[in-house]
Design a binder for this molecule. Structure first.
Ligand code: FES
Length: 570
């Protein structure tokens, strides 16, 4: 079968001459026509600290590509460091996906190894690969090793939230908080809790897009470099066998990812990312699928933020395969992987080496895990809650709304001793959806009022149209759709309204009649949000981004557009 790159390199004409000549630079004579050209889409960046080791990983991929007869090509792509990028890395996920898709399409490449790690990088790379539909294998960069502070393991991200709340509550001295800073990041790699990076790396494998057994290998573990070598080899094989994303990724693949998400107790951010990836492929996937499939799955993994352990422990205990081995009967038996074989074929003989970290079905942490999808007059298009990270006594709750129109409004008033709030209040934060912020930041786990923290309150019902860090926890109703800035009813809620949460009934409502809600004007700050950006990416984003319930992709990027390019460059 002719290679895509032959359209650049094969032949004796002027254009083929140009393409080959400029790429020679020491490459062997036979490095062009007929040799699979494998891009290494590399998100290594000093400003994405979780991915800063990926150049070394890429070197091992290169060796694997050469060994299998291909030609490796380093392709630096847009990288997003979750802790650095303002106003939120999510604003740039779709840009990273679009730029990577266009770079792959524009260049003489036949297949790609996708090197990601930090939260948005693997979703963006998978969205790009799905759209361009070139053979692709994901290589997750892996979590960092466990750091400790004063003898206690530190959960990266999760313990920042916990310790900072302790400072606000007055139970931890400021200087002790700052002392923990140098212990937080022990090694190379991404956050070591079951946050978004860990979740998306593991789900990339559950989807079938990684070399089996690769996701979750710690970044500092030499086995990651061996997996990188093998992933390079595999990419060449994928090209030779023409195993493209559109031929591998099916509704069954996403079913398996949702089962894994529930059994792992993974991040709520996976919902928007999986919806967006499926949208690029044209695979039907809805918000309700997460509840329908995930709610039947037991929670098996005891990792922070909801549990005790960290990613290094999960790998030691048997990793993703040991988890999936326990729920094998719930998986789609036909969903394929990049090996050409079904996912379930790779689960034979899996064992759990530490039953405290990975539970069996009989000792599950919760019989029904996953993401609950709520609807009601506050969220006609849906909202989600992660019951595993919530307080049981708040899952059915009725309380007075205390409304904040923006993150700035929240910060200005949340610690005001005069704020009219008690432990039964429902904190509502709006203007934080894809259009409203813009970019849908991770603010839904809004901090509790200091005076309540000092009184011993550690959780309250919170409702928001934004996202929540995968490393966070609490009784948080998030991804409310439609968002307030797009005309959702959240824009009409007033402080003092009664908000009713009933997770068992899958409801989130405000106790206001339909007539009154229809007659109310949205809060002025919500309509003002849409008028703000006037140029550049933000303007394009706000104009075209879809709701959280469909993945928050840009409306013109939904669906694949393939890898054909009609015109030559000269
Ligand atoms: Fe990069 Fe958490 S900040 S994974």
């Amino acid at each position: 079968m002719p290679l895509r790159s032959d359209a650049w390199y094969a032949g004796r004409d002027r254009n083929a001459y140009i393409h080959r000549a400029w790429m020679r630079r020491g490459a062997p004579e036979d490095a062009f026509a007929g040799r699979p050209q494998i891009a290494i889409a590399n998100t290594a960046s000093d400003l994405t600290p979780c991915n800063s080791h990926l150049n070394e990983v890429a070197d091992s991929v290169r060796q694997g590509v050469w060994a299998a007869g291909g030609v490796p090509l380093n392709l630096p792509v847009v990288s997003l460091g979750e802790t650095n990028v303002r106003p939120t890395a999510m604003l740039w996920r779709n840009m990273a996906a679009m730029a990577t898709e266009e770079l792959l399409r524009a260049n003489p490449v036949d297949g790609v190894v996708l090197l990601g790690g930090c939260d948005k990088t693997i979703p963006a790379l998978l969205m790009a690969a799905a759209s361009v539909d070139l053979p692709a294998v994901v290589l997750p960069g892996g979590p960092m090793l466990t750091g400790t502070f004063r003898g206690t393991p530190l959960g990266c991200g999760t313990d920042v939230w916990r310790l900072s709340e302790e400072v606000r509550a007055g139970t931890l001295a400021d200087e002790d908080f700052l002392r923990s800073e140098s212990s937080m990041i022990r090694s190379r790699g991404h956050c070591n809790t079951m946050g978004t990076a860990s979740t998306m790396g593991l789900l990339a494998e559950a989807l079938g897009t990684t070399l089996p057994g690769t996701a979750g290998i710690p970044a500092a573990d030499s086995r990651l470099l061996a997996a990188a070598h093998e992933s390079g080899r595999l990419a060449v094989e994928l090209v030779r066998e023409d195993r493209r994303p559109s031929l591998l990724l099916s509704a069954g693949s996403f079913h398996n990812a949702i089962v894994a998400l529930a059994a792992l107790g993974g991040s709520t951010n996976a919902v928007v990312h999986l919806l967006a990836i499926a949208g690029r492929l044209g695979v039907p996937l809805s918000l309700d699928d997460f509840d329908r499939v995930g709610s039947n799955v037991p929670l098996l993994v005891d990792l922070q933020p909801a549990g005790r352990f960290l990613m290094e422990d999960l790998h030691r205990a048997g990793g993703l395969h040991a988890v999936l081995g326990e729920v094998r009967d719930l998986l789609d038996p036909d969903a394929l992987t990049v090996t050409g074989r079904p996912l379930v074929d790779h689960l034979a003989g899996t064992e759990i080496w530490d039953p405290e970290v990975i539970r069996t079905r009989g000792t599950a942490l919760q019989p029904h895990a996953g993401i609950a999808v709520l609807r009601g007059n506050l969220a006609p298009h849906g909202a989600i809650i992660k019951p595993a990270a919530a307080s049981g006594h708040l899952l059915a709750h009725r309380g007075r709304a205390v409304v904040f129109d923006s993150v700035e409004d929240l910060h200005a008033r949340i610690d005001d001793p005069g704020l009219d709030v008690d432990a039964d209040s429902v904190l509502v934060l709006r203007g934080c959806g894809p259009k409203g912020y813009p970019g849908m930041p991770e603010v839904a786990n809004l901090p509790l009022p200091r005076k309540l923290l000092r009184a011993g309150v550690r959780d309250m019902v919170r409702v928001c149209d934004g996202r929540m860090s995968g490393t966070a926890y609490g009784t948080v109703v998030l991804h409310v759709a439609p968002e307030a800035a797009a005309g959702g009813p959240l824009a009409k809620v007033r402080t003092g309204d009664l908000v009713v949460l009933d997770v068992a009934a899958r409801r989130i409502d405000v106790d206001v009649s339909d007539d009154e809600l229809a007659a109310r004007e949205p809060a002025p700050a919500m309509t003002a949000a849409l008028a703000a950006p006037t140029r550049g990416w933000e303007q394009l984003y706000v104009r075209t981004v879809t709701g959280a319930d469909t993945g928050a992709d840009l409306d013109f990027l939904v669906g694949a557009s393939g890898h054909a390019v009609a015109r030559e460059s000269h």
